[in-house]
Design a protein around this ligand. Sequence first.
Ligand SMILES: Cc1cc2nc3c(=O)[nH]c(=O)nc-3n(C[C@H](O)[C@H](O)[C@H](O)COP(=O)(O)O)c2cc1C
Length: 199
Amino acid sequence: MTLSRCFGTWILFSRAAVAAKGKTGNKRHYLVSYYQPIMPGIRVKPWNRVDGPIYSLATTANGKGNLNICSYVTPIAMKPKRFIIGVYKDTKTLANLEANPIGLLNYLAKDQANHITLLGKKSGHSTDKITKLGEKIEHVGDGLYMLKGAIATLRLRFMERLDCGDHWAWLAHVDSYENLRDAPPLTLDELKRLKLILA
Ligand SMILES: Cc1cc2nc3c(=O)[nH]c(=O)nc-3n(C[C@H](O)[C@H](O)[C@H](O)COP(=O)(O)O)c2cc1C
């Protein structure tokens, strides 16, 4: 760190900034250009710099259930309690919701990252995830499945949707919820740490 006095104020410059800019006698110039050479050096896109929760959305249609992995999930209103969920096009989840607009949102626990490969990287169009999950799921009615070990579940009724390109933004009403377990949640940062998604 380098302590410098600019415009009558003491300012702490990082060693990296000094190395990047080199020494200059012109403190005013140095200060003005301080952020510009440093900030573009952050390669991670802003929306990937903030951690967020990981869920599995259970859906069902024509007597067959399915589960995916989703992170484009946000509470959007308090009264009534509503969420918006980004649903990727061409998925089994989307086909199920179009046929039967209900779902069970599983809040995944930190120790459930082992589900990512089957639920988030394979499609119910070609893989019977319910059979593959076997004892790891429990039917909770209406053809929907809870992932054993989830920290909470929400029963959702899907309402209106907005075409957003590769995803639909789908408004869902929370019909009920259940807390199941006191455990830390699974997050994007944990998936990056486990190298299940790109950092
Ligand atoms: C970390 C992660 C986050 C994901 N987030 C979403 C999401 O928010 N919405 C979505 O529809 N798909 C999301 N996906 C992709 C689906 O889980 C994936 O396309 C899955 O294979 C769909 O399965 P399905 O065809 O059985 O529905 C995500 C996948 C991963 C690994």
